[in-house]
Design a protein around this ligand. Structure first.
Ligand code: FAD
Length: 307
């Protein structure tokens, strides 16, 4: 069962109830992904036992609470399946909005949950308890201090999806995080372009960046099939090449499963896409929600600084 947890945060820190949400998810046999608003508490969340992945969802909307904006940002970052949040005022608001966006059932203030998604929650202002079983995707909030917390000792992988309007900051952070993980001056790098590049002429931007970085240029099948100027030898994916560089930069690529098949084992993946819901962000270590026109020149400058 795929479960995504909306972490409960207090300022920059993780609220302890988040461990209880993880405890409930792991009791269902899941290895949940935890989404952290603005990256708050992400390091702590990665240390909770049983967490599969931590995703810092970063963007201007997280400077203040706005349920609609937070739900939109989390909805774009979360995969399908069950969404779990805390039954706090904030958690209930965001989770209900995500359910509405997805058209899935919402169950609030759950006090018991079991395999098969049978849940108990109060109705009529707590005068009665109702048991419901939900067959598929849904969104639920769990009452605090009801589920045993997961312990410490986890070491989940972390990633960031940056939805900030400030692309410069997003690119700088992407490169800083990449260089913390890799020796970028020594990294083998592939920059791949997709249909989002708009025309084969625009691949010149990728070639000039690759010259600066000593990188190779790849492409999606859509780019190769659409434009004669982009040779099939550049295609990455299931019916193209399988690549495994230290740094893979995907530009204007949606992230279809067949493309991911050829590059998902790359050590560090940066994705640039103007659509916050592009599936490539689900596997990127760092996602930049932007047009390539805005992000690429900044990327070139920032990488040149550290080479
Ligand atoms: C049997 C089979 C095998 C296949 N094998 C492969 C394979 O080996 N490799 C492969 O790649 N595909 C393969 N495909 C095709 C795959 O399913 C996708 O169709 C393809 O990967 C899509 O390429 P794309 O991401 O470039 O294009 P699209 O899916 O059209 O995505 C373009 C993306 O660019 C973004 N964008 C648009 N404008 C901008 C901008 N200005 N700035 C930033 N972002 C922008 C859009 O938001 C969009 O997400 C295969 C398909 C099948 C059925």
């Amino acid at each position: 069962m795929d479960i995504t947890i909306i972490a409960e945060t207090q300022g920059d820190n993780l609220h302890p109830v988040t461990s209880q949400l993880v405890g409930a998810a792991t009791s269902l046999g899941a290895s949940p992904t935890v989404l952290c608003a603005g990256g708050a508490g992400a390091d702590t969340a990665a240390g909770i036992a049983g967490v599969g992945k931590v995703l810092s969802v970063v963007g201007d909307c997280f400077s203040t609470f706005d349920g609609g904006a937070w739900a939109a940002a989390f909805d774009a970052a979360a995969g399908a399946g069950v969404i779990i949040g805390a039954a706090s005022a904030q958690g209930r608001d965001v989770v209900a909005r995500i359910a509405a966006r997805r058209g899935v059932p919402v169950v609030q203030d759950v006090v018991a949950i079991s395999q098969g998604l049978t849940m108990t929650h109060p109705i009529y202002s707590g005068k009665a308890m109702q048991e419901v079983t939900i067959g598929g995707d849904c969104a639920v909030t769990l009452r605090s201090n009801t589920f045993p917390p997961a312990g410490d000792g986890g070491s989940a992988e972390s990633a960031t999806v940056q939805q900030s309007g400030d692309v410069k900051i997003a690119v700088q952070e992407a490169i800083a995080k990449a260089s913390a993980r890799l020796d970028v001056s020594d990294a083998d790098i592939i920059i791949s372009g997709g249909r989002g590049m708009g025309s084969p002429d625009n691949f010149e931007h990728l070639y000039s960046l690759s010259d600066k970085l000593g990188a190779a240029v790849g492409a999606s099948r859509a780019a190769v099939d659409t434009w004669d100027e982009i040779p099939h030898s550049m295609q990455v994916g299931q019916t193209g090449k399988t690549v495994n560089p230290s740094l893979y930069i995907a530009v204007g690529i949606s992230g279809a499963i067949q493309h991911l098949a050829g590059m998902r084992t790359s050590k560090y993946i940066v994705a640039i896409n103007k659509d916050p819901e592009a599936p490539i962000f689900k596997i990127a270590d760092y996602g930049i929600v932007s047009t390539w026109e805005e992000a690429l020149p900044i990327l070139g400058d920032e990488i040149a600084k550290i080479l």
